[in-house]
Design a protein around this ligand. Structure first.
Ligand SMILES: *[C@@H]1O[C@H](CO)[C@@H](O)[C@H](O)[C@H]1NC(C)=O
Ligand SMILES: *[C@@H]1O[C@H](CO)[C@@H](O)[C@H](O)[C@H]1NC(C)=O
Length: 399
């Protein structure tokens, strides 16, 4: 009996050791990929490659791209090879290369390369992940939703949910002057979006980050509020579609929020046709995953002076032409630019107009600073902890 047991254990151990060795050898072979291509690369470690999601503390994917971007751009490189486990990931550093991939040579880079399974999981087969021809067909079907006429109809829904949000905040405020803003806003956007089947946390996170910055810059908060009141005076106090369009400074504030906190910290593409990099002998092979480090570019002092500073004047009429093309990519760029964008921006403006017209915001001490991004939020950058704001009601005769 003992003999049988020992031989069983021996066999199991042999299998485990052989499989481990096999996997390890495979990784060592896979980890030669970028070296063979002649592309500079970050030295990978078994088994995670170059990702730092499982280190302590875990580093969000976009922040990791930013770290490698800064390190390898400083060395004068235009690109760098990474590994997600054993899988090669091409990280673009050069703005000209970014332009080529997103626009000029777009036909080589159609797909996003994010997992989706339409049959088993209808929700994951949305516009964001769907690939190739399917994507083109679906987009053709959906685009009419976003014509100006439809937009004005959908606007009515925004107006109603804006007023519900205000009522909800008034009730919350009567219990406690501090509110969990992330939570409140995600309910506002959910209400609106619910009836329209899209999908996107983008508006609520943008509003959240925007209000957070406005508590750090009370002068800017006051300027936005003044603009809202001035514009609304011209529109009989009603938040109409045209009124929101006239709120230019608010537009700058939203743009600056999207620069500092881009909803997608990293854009994903997949090479679908072998691609020779211009003026080199290097070829990116079909099937290669591509990462465009939006967060890193938005925080690069070469393109945005004093990048950590929240400064809406970067987007003023006078200054916005100074922004180098393809360095501001809050929604991607080129043929695949996010089509829900116009609606999302409108929703964000509506939310901010209702909030800033009615309330003054300051940061509550329950908010943990500095804000930390959640390393495991997959699509939209989000904070790990809640953001608490003190809400003070504005008497409507103050203005
Ligand atoms: C344009 O940018 C400069 C430098 O950042 C700034 O001093 C100036 O106020 C900005 N202009 C406007 C109209 O915002
Ligand atoms: C904000 O960014 C969008 C998209 O890049 C652009 O179309 C718009 O003109 C910008 N608004 C301002 C005020 O700069």
């Amino acid at each position: 009996m003992m003999m049988v047991w020992e031989s069983f254990v021996f066999h199991i151990l042999t299998v485990i050791i052989t499989v481990s060795l096999g996997v390890y050898t495979y990784f060592q072979w896979a980890f030669k990929y970028w070296e063979k291509k002649g592309i500079p690369y970050v030295t990978p470690n078994f088994p995670f490659g170059t990702i730092k999601l499982f280190s302590y503390p875990p580093l969000p994917f976009g922040e990791m791209c930013k770290q490698y971007y800064n390190e390898y751009k400083a060395k004068g490189y235009k690109h760098v090879g990474l590994y997600v486990f054993s899988r090669p990931l091409y990280l673009v550093l050069d703005v000209e290369y970014i332009r080529n991939i997103l626009s000029k040579d777009f036909d080589h880079f159609v797909d996003r390369g994010i997992y989706y399974n339409e049959k088993d999981d209808a929700l994951s087969g949305n516009l964001f992940t769907i690939e190739g021809t399917k994507w083109k067909n679906l987009r053709a079907k959906i685009t009419p939703t976003f014509t100006s006429g439809k937009m004005k109809m959908m606007f009515q829904i925004l107006v109603e949910s804006g007023s519900h949000m205000k009522d909800a905040i008034d009730i919350m405020r009567s219990k406690d002057s501090a509110i969990n803003i992330k939570d409140t806003l995600s309910r506002f956007t959910m209400n609106t979006i619910g009836s329209y089947a899209f999908g996107h946390e983008t508006s609520s996170t943008t509003m959240t980050f925007c209000l957070f910055e406005l508590t750090q810059h009370l002068d800017i908060q006051e300027n936005v509020r003044q603009e809202i009141n001035e514009v609304l005076k011209r529109h009989n106090g009603e938040i109409t579609y045209d009124a929101l369009t006239e709120m230019k400074y608010m537009g700058q504030v939203i743009n600056e929020t999207l620069r500092k906190y881009p909803p997608s910290a990293c854009l994903n593409r997949k090479c679908v046709k072998d691609y020779k990099l211009p003026d080199t002998n290097i070829e990116i092979s079909s099937g290669t995953a591509i990462a465009i480090p939006v967060l890193a570019v938005h925080h690069d002092p070469e393109y945005f002076t004093d990048p950590e500073k929240f400064d809406p004047d970067r987007f003023s009429e006078e200054n916005k032409s100074l922004i180098k093309p393809y360095t501001y990519l809050p929604f991607g760029e080129g043929p695949r630019i996010c089509i829900g964008l116009r609606f999302g921006l409108l929703q964000t403006k509506m939310g901010l107009a209702v909030l800033l017209k009615n309330y003054r915001f300051t940061l509550n001490e329950k908010t943990k600073l500095p804000l930390k991004m959640d390393p495991f939020s997959t699509f939209v950058s989000n904070t790990e902890e809640d953001i608490w704001l003190n809400v003070e009601k504005i008497k409507q005769n103050e203005y």
